[in-house]
Design a protein around this ligand. Structure first.
Ligand code: FAD
Ligand code: NAD
Length: 467
């Protein structure tokens, strides 16, 4: 029988934006309903951040085992040639997403949130239908997320896949073409190379990972060269065709020449676009900012009582940004005075080596005409890095600070296993730390984090472990 629910807060979408908003709203005593069409956890938990990191980890372990078997292990490990049971790898990955999804269900329940499964369609700003049911809310939080961009001439299907299918393959493709060498393409392309695919990147920009500065992407480029991955920059994928069970991707090179590449799968990772269609956004009297929903610094839309968060409201399209906005919006609805004004949002790319960028880079500081000092410390001089393999591949930590008062404006790093350092980087910037604060903070030895302290010493002009 059709029902009509009412609530204080209606959240649409259970990704890291929506589920966090719903949990916090529930904790604050607000009568909250969360509507989700798919599985709890959204893109991030089910087909994004988490499954991709699982695949990356499995690929790393497989590559290492192969190195041990080849007799090239520097540490002296000797092993038999590893075999990959890829179906089991995918099942392991699915087990992780299942655990997290049911964990989210448990947290929502504990916070007293009612979860309604189905597709929400708004009739007006405060009322939506989900199947035969109707929900009317005092406040609405839109967290519908984003989807993969599809290229003209390369419709998604059996041969042309998005990241979702790339995380659910039944076998490792022999030849994989990756269109777009940004976050997703690089993370998954490198993982499949480690799993044994012959990988070719086709990238429109002049460089891989165009969102990161060249010093940071250079060690990743070196890894690709060392692993015989072909990278075609300033190139555009045009079409795919299949003849006699043979798939061919056609792309144009920088000079306009057409190239034909035979491959098993084409993974298209050329960005993501917000989910703004099919759920009655047009009935809500909300303003847009290009393709995204327009919000102010409190994530309020043009319609009173309607908030929007996460990928739906623009860059950076990152899970931690979505969650931070979700938590904030719930508190605003509960009457707290909050605004979304982070000094920095960390960006981490889980390539090999990993890249972290927090705050200003040297060239961004220059563009803003801020007079800065820079300090760099190479992993090659860090004891822990030498013992963990982080020192291989030419990585470093770099710190950028104001010249006049030493205020830290940015910290970046590139190196194997360095992603966890992002917490200290972003905390330093949010807490207005100076170079003296970083250099004067005792970091445990031997750890990778000592490199950040050394980079600060270097920016102050008196490094201890480098010249
Ligand atoms: P989403 O997570 O997209 O969730 C939106 C939810 O809304 C979906 O579950 C959808 O089913 C639901 N929905 C939409 N419309 C309706 C409707 N009308 N009714 C009911 N339900 C609806 N970010 C990182 O920070 N780190 C990473 O390592 C990372 N890795 C990624 C790897 C991949 C392969 C991909 C694709 C993305 C990755 N991201 C990563 C990005 C991250 O997943 C997103 O930024 C994040 O999921 C956005 O969260 P969200 O809550 O805005 O929306
Ligand atoms: P992206 O914006 O990171 O990269 C897209 C790449 O495709 C760019 O390098 C772009 O120049 C290229 N491109 C665009 N059109 C092209 C064309 N026609 N032919 C060839 N190349 C083309 O997008 P993505 O990799 O799809 O990821 C989407 C978003 O998901 C990211 O922006 C990020 O916010 C998020 N994400 C984050 C992480 C992480 O935090 N580790 C991981 C994966 C995804």
């Amino acid at each position: 029988m059709a029902e009509h629910f009412t609530c204080d807060v209606l959240v649409v979408g259970s990704g890291p934006g929506g589920y966090v908003a719903a949990i916090r709203a529930g904790q604050l005593g607000l009568d909250t309903i969360l509507v989700e069409d798919g599985r709890l956890g959204g893109t991030c938990l089910i087909r994004g951040c988490i499954p991709s990191k699982a695949l990356i980890e499995a690929a790393e372990k497989f590559e290492q085992a192969g190195i041990n078997a080849s007799g090239n292990s520097e540490i002296g490990l000797v092993a038999d040639k590893p075999k990959l049971d890829f179906k089991k790898t995918i099942a392991w990955k699915d087990g992780i997403t299942d655990k997290l999804s049911s964990g989210v269900a448990g947290l929502l329940k504990a916070a007293g949130v009612r979860v309604i499964s189905g597709w929400a369609v708004f009739e007006n700003a405060k009322t939506c239908t989900v199947g035969d049911d109707k929900i009317t809310a005092t406040n609405v939080v839109l967290a519908t997320g984003s989807k993969s961009v599809e290229l003209q001439g390369l419709p998604f299907g059996d041969m042309v896949i998005s990241s979702t299918e790339a995380l659910d393959l039944t076998s490792v493709p022999k030849k994989l073409a990756v269109v777009g060498a940004g976050y997703i393409g690089m993370e998954l392309g490198i993982a499949y190379r480690k799993l044994g695919s012959d990988v070719t990147f086709i990238e429109a920009a002049k460089t891989i990972l165009p969102g990161f500065d060249k010093q940071l992407s250079a060690p990743v480029s070196k890894w690709l060269r060392d692993h015989k991955v072909s990278v075609q920059i300033e190139s555009f994928a045009k079409s795919v065709s299949t003849k006699n069970n043979k798939h061919t991707l056609t792309y144009t090179e920088k000079n306009g020449a057409e190239v034909k590449l035979v491959c098993d799968k084409v993974l298209v990772t050329v960005g993501r676009t917000p989910n703004t269609e099919g759920w009655g956004l047009e009935n809500m009297a909300i303003d847009m900012d290009g393709a995204f929903v327009k919000v102010d610094d409190k994530c309020r839309t043009a319609m009173r009582g309607v908030y929007a968060i996460g990928d739906l409201v623009g860059e950076p399209m990152l899970a931690h940004k979505a969650s931070a906005q979700g938590e904030m919006v719930a508190e605003i609805i509960a009457g707290k005075n909050r605004s979304f004004a982070p000094t920095a949002i960390p960006a981490v790319c889980f390539t090999d080596p990993e890249i972290i960028s927090v705050g200003l880079t040297p060239s961004e500081a220059k563009d803003k005409e801020v007079d800065v000092v820079e300090g760099k410390f190479r992993w090659a001089a860090n004891g822990r890095a030498l013992t963990t393999g982080t020192a291989d591949g030419g990585g470093f930590v770099r710190i950028i600070a104001r010249k006049d008062n030493g205020l830290i404006l940015g910290i970046q790093a590139v190196g194997k296993h360095v992603s966890e350092l992002n917490g200290e980087f972003v905390l330093a910037i949010e807490m207005n730390a100076t170079l003296e604060d970083m250099a004067g903070t005792i970091h445990a030895h031997p750890t990778l984090s000592e490199a950040t302290m050394e980079a600060a010493l270097s920016a102050l002009g008196h490094p201890i472990h480098s010249v």
